[in-house]
Design a protein around this ligand. Structure first.
Ligand code: SF4
Ligand code: SF4
Length: 232
């Protein structure tokens, strides 16, 4: 399985399409001891661990140690970030067995500002290009996530021009176009929030669906979150 551990629910951006950061979700960082306890328990059962859920993982002051801790157990660390708080040299030093996904949903500065509320485009572009140029043997598995929105129509071409692999995805708030079919997510990706609460799905923004209580309903896609979900 590939579980998720939310090391932080805090984010430095306010992206307009974000399912989490416009809401009053509880903000916090995971304690180190809780993190190591979860990682110790999950490692023998997992091929990879995602070190993020609702927030920006680089708001956690011990994120690089957490990446090391997971990899030392022989499993992959997967991290998705907006990259503004990430040190590009440090991430190349630490992330040796894993995947780094950097979000960039715009091909220019103005659009980036409109979507994220922050003037961070030049910084993100610089980091993507730096990592691309300093990872010549592909030691770090690395890609850029671009969410399609009305504001950034066609701009994935500019982002592809930075030289990294670009994953273009539909707006994560879109309705479920597939109908209600069985969901594999609770088995594949159980999620622990920063307080250690086990949730049935990473999309449970308020941590209201306890894993044990709602597992069956999630599998059958009967929860309200599932009706907006495009994963099939
Ligand atoms: S960077 Fe990610 S978590 Fe933060 S506001 Fe944007 S979409 Fe949400
Ligand atoms: S929202 Fe529901 S259907 Fe979608 S991945 Fe989560 S549990 Fe599965």
């Amino acid at each position: 399985m590939k579980p998720s551990i939310e090391i932080s629910s805090i984010c430095n951006l306010r992206c307009k399409m974000c399912p989490y950061q416009h809401k009053d979700i509880e903000q916090g960082l995971m304690e180190w001891d809780l993190f190591t306890k979860l990682a110790d328990e999950l490692a023998p059962l997992s091929e990879a661990i995602h070190i993020f859920n609702r927030g920006e993982p680089f708001t956690h002051p011990r994120v690089y140690e957490m990446i090391d801790y997971i990899q030392e157990k022989g499993i992959k660390a997967i991290i998705a970030t907006n990259a503004l708080l990430m040190d590009e040299k440090k991430i190349l030093e630490h992330l040796k067995n894993g995947l780094l996904v950097i979000s960039c949903h715009a091909g220019d500065r103005e659009t980036y500002k409109k979507i994220t509320g922050t003037d961070g485009f030049d910084e993100v572009r610089r980091k993507i290009i730096w990592i691309k140029n300093n990872n010549p043997h592909g030691n770090l598995e690395f890609g850029v996530k671009f969410v399609k929105l009305p504001e950034n129509n066609g701009q994935e071409k500019e982002v592809e021009g930075f030289g990294a692999t670009v994953y273009v995805v539909e707006d994560s708030n879109q309705s479920n176009p597939y109908g209600y079919i069985d969901c594999s997510q609770p088995d594949v990706c159980p999620t622990w929030d920063f307080k250690g609460h086990k949730k049935v799905c990473c999309r449970d923004e308020y941590s209201k669906y306890d894993y044990d209580k709602y597992y069956g309903q999630a599998k059958r896609r009967e929860l309200d979150i599932c009706q907006r979900c495009a994963i099939h």
